[in-house]
Design a binder for this molecule. Structure first.
Ligand code: ZN
Length: 93
């Protein structure tokens, strides 16, 4: 199967080079999937949250799944996934 191409950030990149990322309402990344694991936001969310009630709860709380390029992932998602982002500093956790 040829690589699916997606248009992100004004660039056309192979989906396989992207990451699906689940962000909470504060923009903090909670989970991430390789681009080729899903074809759209809905499917990516299903992969990350197999239970519909989890997805529904997250949707109500303003969670969003977004497709990021590798560079965006490194900048916007990686610190969160490593627990080193600004969002978590000073939080109750
Ligand atoms: Zn964060």
């Amino acid at each position: 199967m040829p690589d699916l191409m997606v248009n992100l950030d004004g660039r056309t990149v192979p989906l396989a080079d992207c990451h699906w990322v689940l962000f909470d309402a504060d923009g903090c990344a909670e989970g991430s999937l390789f681009g080729r694991c899903a074809v759209d936001e809905e499917q990516a969310h299903q992969e990350l949250r197999p239970l519909k009630r989890d997805r529904d709860r997250e949707a109500r709380r303003g969670y969003q799944v977004r497709l990021l390029t590798r560079e965006q992932w490194r900048r916007d998602a990686k610190p969160c996934l490593l627990g080193r982002c600004e969002h978590r500093k000073g939080g109750a956790a």
